[in-house]
Design a protein around this ligand. Structure first.
Ligand code: XMP
Length: 523
């Protein structure tokens, strides 16, 4: 639980796939909220958290199963508004004396559905049912359904499979909906949240300017007069972390930028310049490219590459950190999605597709305490905070770049020659994307150099040079992705530019694999 002076809304998570979206919708309304798994929400927790309103998320279980997830009964005595969504609706009905029945084929609803209003009026529905059809599109995903509403509740909306699609006990301010207002496919869903938080009395004071001020005070309190170290990668999260810390504690912060020799064209210089010139912060530029590239010589297995880089990164970071006298804290750009304890019903371990590179193991190894000023933020909020802190827009909007850098865009053995070709080609590709105004539409774009040479003809001569793959995807979170549908004209122009301008390349492919089945990076 986080200390905050803002009114807070509690989301009790019953394991829905889309619980995080509820938080997103609320944050968009400048309302501070936290997601907690139902197992952690005890009477004592509720008393301490003191929510101004509560939302029950959806979930995959059935309230008729013994031992299925429940909130503590005391939640109904807090005197605050409660909104139950899908499974959360069924929990509320069941707990308060209504009835839920198992799904049958004619009552289960999955996907798009339409809710029609009843004659009764409800504050929660202000702005709903306004057009001529008198109905609203919603997203349903339920097997079980409520067959009898709890005493005190009234029906405000019905759908084909859910006669109690919207119900409420207006006096106690308990609201229950069978559909998911947080998803995109409930187009008017944000209005429900807006009405809900307005009725609960939230003032909408969760702004980035307020967050910045509070976080600075908090960092000062946590760190006191001690020294802090921070690993900068040049990415948005670590940059915002560094700048915020610098604003809070100035010279007590030292940032270490580990240059593993696997960065993009001029990237190291740009990052160092940006931080030294704009922010005047203590920055160690650790140029360790020889060390990394030496260790990677002859390595072609993707996992060995990743592990080699990950381990060396920790060793190098530790070496520099040891030189900073009295460092007691390590600052990290951990984000809220990494922090939320998710409710796992499957329980089984998921397979490792790739071992991701981060500084996760560092704090224990070095005996450092953590400072994580972005723990409460989603990625787009970090960008907003970056904006608030004056980070240049070109930095804030940058495509993600993986920790192991160009190593995983160079399948097979890594050589300096290949890296140089790759850097030049990648820069031209990104330049093309920017020139065509496509950069912000694309989640991530990069070139990769393939482990093969092919025959070509340039002028009157035979060439035997490298082939490149270009990749560009759209995505929301990197978990799934679609390849970007460039025009043939764009691809032709880009391929010509790369082959003409980069010595050592005579063929360019465009990767039109989505994820799944592909991954975004080639390794
Ligand atoms: P994949 O290739 O797994 O990538 O589809 C998904 C997203 O994660 C990035 N990525 C990484 N980021 N350390 C990182 O910080 C890593 O080891 C790493 N591997 C992949 C990738 O660039 C994409 O945005």
């Amino acid at each position: 639980m986080t200390q905050t002076s803002h009114d807070r809304l509690l989301i009790i998570d019953f394991g829905s796939q889309v619980t995080q979206l509820i938080a997103r919708r609320l944050r968009e309304l400048n309302v501070y909220c936290e997601i907690h798994p139902y197992q952690n929400v005890t009477d004592a927790f509720l008393a301490e958290f003191a929510p101004k309103a509560v939302i029950f998320s959806g979930g995959p279980d059935s309230v008729m199963r013994d031992g299925s997830p429940r909130p503590p009964k005391s939640v109904y005595d807090l005197g605050v508004p409660i909104l139950g969504i899908c499974y959360g609706q069924q929990v509320m009905m069941h707990d308060l004396g209504g009835k839920v029945e198992a799904g049958e084929s004619h009552t289960a609803e999955f996907g798009r559905a339409y809710v029609t209003a009843t004659d009764a009026k409800l504050d929660l529905l202000n702005g709903w049912f306004m057009d001529a059809t008198g109905r609203e599109q919603v997203w349903m995903s339920h097997g079980d359904h409520v067959s009898e509403i709890a005493p005190g509740f009234e029906v405000y909306g019905t759908s084909k499979g859910a006669p109690f699609a919207i119900t409420a006990d207006a006096e106690r301010r308990f609201y229950a909906v069978q559909f998911h207002p947080e998803v995109h496919h409930t187009p008017n869903g944000a209005t429900l949240y807006e009405n809900f938080v307005r009725m609960a009395g939230f003032s909408g004071d969760w702004t980035m300017a307020a967050y910045r001020e509070e976080m600075i005070a908090k960092i000062r309190e946590q760190v006191g007069d001690k020294q802090v170290i921070c690993a900068l990668s040049g990415g948005v999260d670590s940059s915002v972390t560094g700048i915020l810390l610098h604003e809070a504690i100035g010279d007590q912060l030292t940032c270490v930028f580990v240059d593993h020799g696997l960065l993009r064209l001029n990237e190291a210089e740009q990052v160092v310049k940006m931080f030294r010139e704009n922010y005047n912060l203590n920055l160690i530029h650790a140029d360790e490219s020889d060390l990394f590239l030496g260790a990677l010589e002859g390595v072609s297995d993707p996992e060995v590459k990743r592990k080699t880089i990950g381990k060396l990164f920790i060793d190098v970071f530790q070496k520099y950190a040891d030189q900073i006298e009295g460092a007691e804290f390590l600052a990290q750009g951990t984000l809220y999605p990494d922090v939320i304890e998710s409710v796992s019903f499957s329980g089984g371990p998921s397979v490792t597709i790739k071992s991701h590179h981060n500084v996760g193991g560092l704090p224990e190894k070095m005996g450092l305490k953590l400072v994580e000023p972005l723990r409460e933020l989603f990625k787009d909020e970090v960008r907003a905070l970056g904006h608030e802190l004056g980070l240049p827009a070109s930095f804030i909007g940058r495509h993600p770049f993986p920790g192991p850098g160009l190593a995983i865009r160079c399948p097979g053995e890594i050589t300096r020659e290949k890296l140089e070709i790759l850097r030049k080609a990648d820069a031209i590709y990104i330049d093309q994307i920017r020139k065509h105004g496509l950069y912000d539409e694309i989640w991530q774009a990069f070139a990769a150099i393939l482990p093969m040479r092919t025959v070509g003809v340039m002028g009157d001569g035979r060439t035997y040079d490298y082939a490149l793959a270009l990749r560009a995807v759209t995505s929301v979170d990197g978990m799934t992705a679609d390849y970007y549908p460039f025009t043939h004209e764009f691809l032709g122009e880009t391929s010509t530019r790369i082959i003409n301008e980069v010595k050592g390349v005579n063929r360019v492919f465009y990767d039109c694999t989505s994820k799944p089945p592909g991954t975004i990076e080639l390794e």
